[in-house]
Design a protein around this ligand. Structure first.
Ligand SMILES: [Zn+2]
Ligand SMILES: [Zn+2]
Length: 254
């Protein structure tokens, strides 16, 4: 499996881009920063978009992806998530007010966007990649994912505050080689992190210890760019070499 990190930060500013992971060129996980990096040929290869939640920093490029595909004469892309998240996107984004309702254009049977519901904690296969959504703790309905190809893969928390089930699954699930985890704020902002459904470095470490995942390789993502230096200093102080920051633009091969 190849995971290309298009964007991995908690805001889009000064060259830092928001969450988008491209798996094997054809499955996109979240659409925070896509169309400024991919050309038409690369966009055409994307057949499936898996969504973690409806916040704009994770879905904003859906509108440009769909527009470009239509202009190229391409039809049908699967937008995949649990029912609650797909409902928000269809009601609040593709609603003919913010953007045309591409779930019925040009017709309901032959629409450009096909909504594909998957179920919490059930494995679903998408073009050779197996995914399993897990309910997280955020300010809107949010899922993290197990993502595997041939029994090896990774997990990502998406945006989350303190939570239990994800880390239980992480401890039990076989073949997980690393976890991409939310560390948005520095430790001094723990109360804001909790209020806004995010984590700090010390909250992450507390979870790793509690669920016996102290040695699991971790990539932190969703750092607010304004706090990067502070979070990196805190990471150095932990003296844990299994925790690294995810870098925009890299490709991870499994
Ligand atoms: Zn969010
Ligand atoms: Zn976010």
């Amino acid at each position: 499996m190849e995971i290309r990190v298009l964007g991995c930060y908690g805001n889009s500013i000064n060259g830092f881009k928001t969450t988008s992971y491209l798996i094997n060129d054809s499955l996109l996980i979240d659409a925070g920063a896509v169309t400024e990096f991919l050309n038409d040929d690369q966009l055409r290869k994307i057949r499936h978009i898996l969504i973690t939640h409806s916040h704009l920093d994770h879905i904003k490029d859906l509108v440009f992806i769909v527009d470009e595909l239509v202009m190229m004469g391409e039809f049908n892309i699967d937008l995949i998530s649990v029912k609650q998240i797909l409902s928000i996107i269809s009601d609040d984004l593709f609603n003919n007010r913010l953007w045309p309702d591409f779930t019925v254009i040009p017709s309901k049977q032959n629409a450009i966007i096909k909504l594909r519901e998957i179920e919490l904690e059930k494995y679903t296969e998408i073009n050779g990649i197996t995914v399993k959504p897990i309910l997280m703790t955020h300010t809107v309905y949010t899922v993290g994912y197990v993502v595997k190809e041939e029994n090896r893969g990774f997990m990502l928390t998406s945006d989350t505050g303190p939570t239990k089930r994800f880390w239980e699954v992480a401890r039990q699930e076989e073949g997980i080689e690393f976890i991409i985890a939310d560390v948005s704020f520095p430790n001094r902002m723990e109360s804001l992190a909790k209020l806004s459904g995010h984590m700090t470095m010390s909250m992450l470490i507390e979870h790793l210890e509690r669920y016996d995942l102290g040695k699991m390789p971790i990539y932190i993502n969703h750092m607010k760019p304004v706090f990067i230096d502070e979070i990196l200093d805190e990471l150095t102080l932990t003296k844990r070499d299994n925790i690294k920051t995810l870098q925009q633009g890299i490709t991870i091969k499994l």
